[in-house]
Ligand binder design. Sequence first.
Ligand code: NAP
Ligand code: GDD
Length: 378
Amino acid sequence: MNTHAPSAPPDGNQIVTGLGGFTLSKRALITGVTGQDGSYLCELLIAKGYEVHGIIRRSSTFSTERIEHLYHDTHLPGVRLRLHYGDLLDASCLRRLISECKPDEVYNLGAQSHVRTSFDQPIYTCETISLGTLNLLEAIRDYRDYTGKDVRLYQASSSEMFGNTREVPQSESTRFYPRSPYACSKVHAFWQTINHREAFGIFACNGILFNHESPRRGETFVTRKITRAATRIKLGLQETIYLGNLDAQRDWGFAGDFVQAMWLMLQQHDPDDYVVATGESHSVREFLNEAFGYLDLDWQPHVKIDPKYFRPTEVNVLQGDASKARNLLGWKPRVRFNDLVRMMIDADMKLAQQEQTLASAGFAVRQGAGHAEGVAVS
Ligand code: NAP
Ligand code: GDD
C-alpha cells in the first residue's frame, strides 16, 4: 500500500489523489471499493470532498491495485480514504462498521459480479448479492433506529435483471426476466431494497446500470478480454483469443460516467430507481471489429470459439432507455462506444508494451486474459 506520494493508477486515468486539505463535508462507505466501479466512485467522492471508507476483504494477497493511488498512510494529516476489513456475508461486521464510520451515504457495489461464474457458484453468488444486500439494509435500519441518523443507500442493480425480455430498449417499467443465478440474486436485492424503502422509510435507490467498462475492467469480462488480447496479438505476445457467443448485444458505457449517476441518485429529495445506459447497443462481433480495426488487425484469424464460454441461458440484447436519469438527475454519458474501445485499447497497449519489454529481457510475463479465462471456466 502507498504510504508516501501517490502513484498513478494502472491505467493512468487518475481523477484525484487521496490526500487534500478540503473541509470534509460528508462521509461515504463503499462495499466493493477494490472493484472497477469502486475505484472510480472513490475518486469522484474524494474530489467532492467526502471522507471515504472502503470495505475490503481479507485475502492472502492485496486486491487494492485499482485504489492504490488514492490510499495513504492514515497517520498522515488530511487522509481522505480509510479501508476496513469486512465482508457482506458478515452481518455483525457491517453493523460495527456503520456505527464506527457513521456514513451519510452507503454505496453497495460488492458482489460476485461475473455472470458466467454464477452458474458454477450459484449459492455463493446469491449469498454475496441477496443476503449481502439484506445484511447491509438491516444494519442501516438498526443504526437509524438506535441513533436516529438517516443513512442513504445506493444499490448496484443490473440490466441483467431484464434478461430474456423482448422489450427493446429497456426502461424502469420493463418487466424482469432474469437468466442467471447472478441476475436472480440481483432481482431479489432490487426488491429487498425497495421493500426497506417502503416498509421502513430507508432512503434507498436502485441504479439499474447497463454494462460499463474501462481500462480497469476485470480481465474476464468480454470487452477487456478482447482489448487485452488484441494489443498482445499486435505485439506478437499472443496468437489466439477464445470466446463464446459473438452475437450477444450490450449497451456498453464508460464506468467513469456511470459512477456520477450513482452519486446523483443519493443527492435527490426523494429516493427512486433509475436506468443508467448509453442507449446504444453493439454486438461482441462489433466490439471485435472496432478493437482490432483500431490496431489495423483483422480479428477473424485470431478468434476461436470455445463452447465453454457459452452460458446455459444467455441474455441476447440489452439496450437501455435512460430518459428518466437524463430528465430527473440531469445525467448523460460523455464517452461513446468508439471512444470507449479506443480508451481501453490505448491503456492495454501500454500494458502489453511493458510485458514485451519484460519478455525481451528474459522475465516471465503474466499471461493475458484469454488464459485467465481458460483457468476459471468463466
Ligand atoms: P467488480 O470489479 O467485479 O468488483 C466487485 C467488488 O465486490 C470487488 O471489490 C470485490 O472485492 C467485492 N466483493 C466481492 N464479494 C464480496 C463480499 N462477499 N463482500 C464484500 N465485497 C465483495 O464489479 P464492478 O464492475 O465494479 O461492479 C460493481 C457492482 O455493480 C457489482 O455489484 C456489479 O454486480 C454491479 N454492476 C456492474 C455492472 C458493470 O457493467 N460493471 C453493471 C451493473 C451492475 P475483491 O476485490 O476482494 O474481489
Ligand atoms: N465473459 C465473457 N467471455 N463473455 C463472453 C465471451 C467470453 O469469452 N464471449 C462472448 N461473451 C458474451 C457473453 O456471453 C455475454 O453475452 C457478453 O459477452 C457480455 O459478457 P460479460 O462481459 O461477461 O458481461 P455480462 O453482460 O455478462 O455482465 C456484466 O454486465 C452486467 C450488466 O448488464 C457484468 O459486469 C455484470 O456484473 C453486470 O451486472
